[in-house]
Design a protein around this ligand. Structure first.
Ligand SMILES: [Zn+2]
Length: 287
């Protein structure tokens, strides 16, 4: 949690930079609208399973609609689980941009939290709670940024689509499911979603911007073994459990080879030129 809090502060600095002119000013008066929205989102428990993402869709849809967005809640076959698509129309001369963020969060081990993870507590200039970083903070930023375009009647060449997703942390009705039948509603020229950081220093000056262009993927495996079954007092060499244990041990010890993509090399070079307050690990000396 300590680490989570430490990371939350820069995120809020980023929120302030993206979505509001001055969070510090707003803090003195009342909570910044983006931070206030984040508090509301955290207070909706969307631990997945079951997710309950439809509650977030129901909260946000009327707010988008009131500002002129076309909104659509896409229910999934699982009750209470839904995606929200909110589209702010541009003049159509360019293809849309998609801002996509997931609203489900992973479960909590409450005994390890020093605050109520679903209370949306504001403390020491930060909003604390499950999903503050991953990824309700992102929803709040994307939603408020798009809403501000509508509030200020900014002329747009392209539609801005906000997608509030279900089932990113697990489950089977995530964006792959959504894309199968609803591609036309989310088709875009490019999309922004989770990943990367904007870190600001004293006075709000931007010190570091990172963009994540890819993520490590997962591989789900079913490992099976066959052997001779015997009484437990007489295990045979071809015992299936032993074979599985050896396989698990090999998987546990496997080290993924380090490879450097062109993007990663560029990122490493940029980090090495950043000032010495850069977050993360210097990649000098990597092959
Ligand atoms: Zn996430």
């Amino acid at each position: 949690m300590t680490r989570l809090y430490a990371r939350l502060v820069p995120l809020l600095a980023a929120l302030a930079m993206i979505a509001t002119p001055s969070l510090a000013q707003a803090r003195r008066d009342s909570l910044d609208p983006t931070a206030a929205l984040l508090v509301e989102l955290i207070r909706i428990n969307t631990s997945n399973p079951p997710g309950n993402e439809g509650s977030v869709a129901a909260l946000l849809a009327p707010r988008f609609k009131a500002l002129g967005f076309e909104t659509e809640i896409i229910p999934t076959p699982e009750p209470g689980k839904a995606h929200l698509i909110a589209r702010l129309r541009g003049n159509g001369s360019k293809r849309p941009i998609l801002l996509a963020a997931h609203t489900d969060v992973v479960g909590v081990e409450r005994e390890k939290w020093s605050v109520d993870p679903f209370a949306g507590i504001v403390k020491d200039g930060a909003v604390m709670g499950r999903g503050a970083i991953d990824f309700k903070g992102g929803i709040a930023v994307f939603a408020r940024a798009a809403m501000m375009l509508a509030e200020r009647k900014v002329p747009l060449d392209r539609d801005v689509i906000v997608l509030v997703e279900a089932d990113e942390e697990g489950g089977k009705y995530g964006t792959s499911w959504l894309a199968r039948d609803h591609w036309s509603q989310i088709a875009c020229e490019f999309a922004l979603n989770e990943g990367g950081w904007i870190i600001t220093g004293d006075g709000g000056a931007v010190r570091y911007v990172s963009i994540s262009t890819a993520d490590k993927g997962g591989a789900q495996l079913i490992v099976s073994a066959a052997g001779t079954s015997t009484h437990s007092s007489m295990p045979l060499k071809d015992n299936a459990i032993f074979a599985l244990s050896r396989a698990m041990a090999r998987i546990a010890e496997y080290e993924t080879p380090v490879t450097r993509s062109r993007d990663q090399q560029g990122s490493a070079a940029a980090r090495d030129h950043a000032d010495d307050h850069r977050p993360g690990i210097s990649q000098r000396g990597l092959p």
